[in-house]
Design a protein around this ligand. Structure first.
Ligand code: DAT
Ligand code: MG
Length: 140
């Protein structure tokens, strides 16, 4: 299995509740290495560009509003099979369906305010990493 990189976002519901460290501990315990990280505040327009793939969905406006409602921590996670491993540690989109021990099971408030984002495929991971980070900012 190859070493991969994936884009992770700790969402405003989690930064507001001071959960950045607790969430990062879950990544590190799963063997994911945080090779880039910064705390930023997105505008609604920037959140809209990041989530453009969802622009026809009924929750799009609410999602962009939420992502701009407070600080987020954007990060690059690196490791064996990092994209799938991160999705596993995150748990299902809806916390009611997330497995025991996952981030969303423990911390998410709802399907919308679900604490973390993670890329879903190698192509999206590359695009999403480039959206937030330059090569110089990623230190493996
Ligand atoms: P994921 O974040 O698990 O990849 P997704 O890509 O389908 O899920 O959706 C992106 C985000 O949009 C998700 O994390 C939360 C929000 N979202 C998805 N479905 C929703 C719904 N039915 N109601 C409200 N928000 C939703
Ligand atoms: Mg997704």
């Amino acid at each position: 299995m190859a070493i991969e990189r994936t884009l992770s976002i700790i969402k405003p519901d989690a930064t507001r509740r001071n959960l950045t460290g607790a969430i990062n501990a879950k990544f590190e315990a799963a063997g994911l290495r945080i090779v880039a990280q910064k705390r930023i505040r997105l505008t609604k327009e920037q959140a809209g560009r990041f989530y453009a793939v969802h622009k026809e969905r009924p929750f799009y406006d609410e999602l962009c509003e939420f992502m701009a409602s407070g600080p987020v921590v954007v990060q690059v996670l690196e490791g064996e099979n990092a994209i799938a491993k991160n999705r596993e540690v995150m748990g299902a989109t809806d916390p009611a369906e997330a497995a025991e021990g996952t981030i969303r099971k423990e911390f998410a408030l709802s399907k919308g305010e679900n604490s973390v984002h993670g890329s879903d495929a190698p192509e999206t991971a590359a695009q999403e990493i480039a959206f937030f980070f330059s090569e110089l900012e990623i230190v493996g």
